[in-house]
Structure formats: C-alpha cells, structure tokens
Design a protein around this ligand. Structure first.
Ligand code: BG6
Length: 476
C-alpha cells in the first residue's frame, strides 16, 4: 500500500498562538501528525503572540489540550515564541531575519487581521518563494458578504499567488466529508442513480445542540446564514452535486466544485426561513434564550437557525431541490446528507395493506456516529404483500478506529505537502456569497421566528419543505 510521505522541513508561523483555536485544535492536530509519523523531523513552530511571554510560557499554554507523552515532547521542544503586534512593521522585519526555507503562515487571528497581515508579509518579502515555499493559511469567516469577500481576495492576491493561499473550511477535514467523493465516484452503483431521473430531492443538515454560549459578540454580528451556509453547507452541496472531476488533482476537483457553486440560483427570500432559539431545555439542562446571551443585543434580529430551498441549475440537477438547514440549540447534534430517491414508477403495491412504499434514502452521516445507511422497502414476512422500511447500514466505528482527531490533521498536513484539494479557492468562496447575497440584503430587515431550544427548529421550516409535500428527515 502507498504510504503518505513525511512532511518536508518547514516552519509553521502561527499568528494568534495564544488564542483558542491554536490551543484546542491546531496543537492537538500537530501532535497527532507527529504520532502518525507524518511530521518531518525538522518542523519548527513559531508562535506569535501579544505580551511578553517566552518559549516556556507558550509551551505550557499550548500543552493544555494535547495528549501528554513522547509525541508531545518531540513537538514541544520545537515550539518558540515571538512577541509582537500584528500591525507593527518591526515584527515582520524580525520574522524576515529569522526565517529561511519553507514557511507556512497560519492566520489563526480575528478576521480583521487577514488582509493587513498578508500585506505586511508581502511588504517584508516574506511571501517570496526564492528560498522555499511560502504558504498562507486563512481561517474563516472569509468576508461577511460578496463585496467584502471580493475585496479580501483582491488584497490577498495582490501579495501572493492563489497557489500559496489555503482558505480553511474545517468541514473538509472531516473523514466522512472526504468519503463523499469515494462514495460517489468509486461506486458505479451510486453514480448511476445520482441525477434528476432518480433523485427526488437532497437534504443537507448541520444541527447542533450547542448554544451561542460565550461567542455572543461574534455570533450576533454574524448569524447562522453567514456562519454556516456559504462555506460549510455549500461545500457539502458541492461534493454531492458536482460533476465527476477528470482526476483527483486539486485543480480538477476545485474546478468542478466551483462550477456547481456557480450554478446555485441566488436564493430568494421566499425560499428561506430564519429562526432564533428562545426558552427551552436540552438534555435536562435549561437553556438561556438567545437574546439573553452575554454580548447579544437584547433587541437582536440575528438568526440562530436557517432553512433554505436551493436550486442547482445544471443538467444533472434540474428540478431537484436541495434543502439546507442548520441551527443551534436544537434537539440533537446531527450533520447528515440525505439523498431521497424517487418513488418506484409503477405502484404494484397499490392494493396492499401498506399502500405506500417506504422511500429509498441514502443517508450519509457526517457526525456523530459517522456512517452510511441505505433505506429500502422490503416485504414483511407473512401471507400478505406488506412493505416495510429496512436499512442497510455501516458505521465507521465498526470498521476503523477514527481515534481522537480534531479534523485539522489532514488540513495541516496538506498545507505542508502543498495539496490544495481540501481548501477553498477564491471563486468558490465568492460563489457561495453570491448565492446568498439577495437573502443577506432581504434579511437586513424583518426578524427571525422563535423556536424552543431543544426542538427541531421553527415551524416555518417544516412548512418550507412541506410546500411540495416533502418532510425533513428527523434530527438525531
Ligand atoms: C464553525 C462555526 O465554523 O463550525 C460554529 O463558526 C459551528 O458556529 C462549527 O459550531 C461547527 O463545526 P463542527 O465541526 O462542530 O460541526
């Protein structure tokens, strides 16, 4: 079997080394790479942080969420700290003196710093690839609407080539998301029916039980639509709806994804529902209503739930609606894609006691309990021809040990080896924003419908999908 190569020598410079993302996700992922023997022996980590901490202080800070042991010891000694202010040119001069060879600049910062940091890197010559690769990783949110995303892309691409930019969408780091490609294109069975002749509609759900919690300030300015749809949900949509790429090369794949995102018809307000959680409880715990969350305006109009009916205007998907929904404080954590196939064309079973055939559905369970299920109609044993649903299913946990992965392992490794497959290209990002811009404009007025915390979302979401006689796949 082909073995993944060890990553080449490189320095990972983390802007925002003192932040939560670095501590909770990046460091554990880097240690997991070390454990998997995928991290090159001369990988260095240079954390940039405000204040006057030293190497040891940063190492202690970053130790909090990693598994202690020999792998962490190996990584720990290669962590160094550089104090500085992201806006100060002196910091970049210091970096220029210090760095040579391959460098990854990881921007784990507030979004307001993305463009200024890249501009400073460019000005200091740090993006010049004469002595090795220079790559920039940019976290989300990438812009807040179409115009700001375009402006951000323009500023970044004035300093570096697209091939140097790695825009993160952490959903693409999830194993089961990457499996969509294999499910579709590695199986003649699935791809043969993957079109408007056999598919009635598609549902993409990212339901969360978590509330906005301590993220009130960010979330109230953002909302569920911006936070989840143009990035995560559209990436899932793109993987489900794209045409087969001619190879698994990053550009081939990203081109097909960009094409399908560009084919999403701008979502009209009448095809969208927004909701906001109020009182309620989840797992016996009483939930603070959204508008009582710290740093959320008491008269906030921000949505914590959104459901959309999306049209993908390609030959393959003409007439097949894609229903997308996501929300916080819902009854269960459930990220899934449901392909609902058409009913069998002839109702042989019209006169049987069950009358209606149970539908065929393929459920791709992204999280939790990663797996897949194909729901089919079978005959109930007995003298009458009675049909009942049955499920062919498999769970990843029965076949593999997925371990405690953060989802960032593959992404960091791919940046180090220069594989952009799982990163968003500028046109995909802008396409995502373009598709929802009309809605963003419309939602600058009006307000969301309340739903009880711990429920499945607002009633209007049921009405949206119910308009054409369809129903949501139950959450959880
Ligand atoms: C983030 C959003 O990008 O994704 C969060 O900002 C959301 O609001 C999170 O909770 C969901 O990711 P996951 O991996 O927990 O499904």
């Amino acid at each position: 079997m082909k073995k993944a190569p060890v990553s080449p020598p490189a320095t990972i410079v983390i802007f925002g080394a003192g932040g939560d993302l670095t501590r909770r996700l990046l460091m554990p992922a880097i240690v997991n790479l070390q454990k998997a023997k995928l991290l090159g022996a001369s990988t260095e980590i240079l954390g940039i942080a405000h204040g006057d901490g030293d190497d040891e202080a940063l190492r202690d800070h970053l130790a909090q969420f990693v598994d202690q042991g020999p792998d962490w010891d190996q990584v720990r000694k290669r962590i160094h700290c550089l104090n500085g202010d992201f806006a100060d040119g002196g910091l970049y001069d210091a970096l220029a003196t210090r760095l040579s060879g391959n460098v990854v600049f990881y921007l784990a910062t507030a979004p307001g710093f993305f463009a200024p940091v890249v501009e400073q890197l460019g000005k200091a010559g740090l993006l010049d690839e004469a002595s090795g690769f220079r790559r920039v990783v940019i976290e989300k949110p990438f812009g807040t609407d179409l115009a700001s995303a375009q402006a951000l892309n323009a500023r970044i691409l004035a300093q570096a080539r697209e091939a140097q930019i790695y825009r993160i969408d952490h959903f693409l780091g999830k194993e089961t998301v990457q499996n969509i490609i294999v499910t579709r294109f590695g199986n003649a069975l699935t791809e043969a029916v993957w079109n408007n002749r056999y598919v009635d509609h598609v549902q993409i759900t990212a339901a969360e039980t978590v509330t906005v919690g301590t993220r009130g300030a960010f979330y109230d300015a953002t909302g569920a639509l911006r936070d989840m749809v143009p990035n995560h949900l559209f990436q899932l949509l793109a993987l489900v709806a794209m045409e087969p790429p001619i190879s698994l090369d990053a550009e081939a794949l990203r081109t097909e994804k960009a094409k399908v995102i560009a084919a999403v018809r701008p979502v009209a307000p009448e095809d969208a529902v927004r909701g906001r959680y109020g009182k309620g409880s989840i797992g016996g715990e009483k939930i603070t209503p959204y508008r009582k969350t710290p740093h959320v305006a008491p008269d906030s109009r921000t949505e914590t739930y959104v459901a959309l009916k999306v049209a993908v205007e390609t030959w393959r998907w003409h007439g097949v609606p894609f229903y997308l929904r996501t929300g916080k404080a819902l009854s269960a954590r459930d990220t899934e894609i449901v392909i609902r196939f058409r009913d069998a064309p002839i109702s042989l079973f019209r006169d049987t006691p069950t009358e209606k055939l149970p539908p065929n559905r393929l459920v791709l369970q992204i999280q939790p309990s990663e797996g897949m299920a194909l729901e089919m109609a079978i005959k109930k044993p007995g003298p009458l021809v009675e049909t009942v649903p049955a499920s062919l299913h498999f769970a990843y946990s029965e076949l593999f040990d997925l371990g405690h992965r953060t989802g960032y392992e593959t992404l960091i490794y791919d940046v180090l080896i220069g594989d952009q497959t799982l990163f968003q290209r500028a046109d995909q990002i802008e396409g995502g924003w373009r598709a929802i811009q009309k809605l963003l404009d419309a939602w600058s007025s009006g307000k969301p419908e309340d739903y009880a915390a711990g429920s499945a979302g607002p009633d209007k979401a049921d009405a949206l999908i119910g308009r054409e006689g369809r129903a949501w796949h139950p959450i959880g």
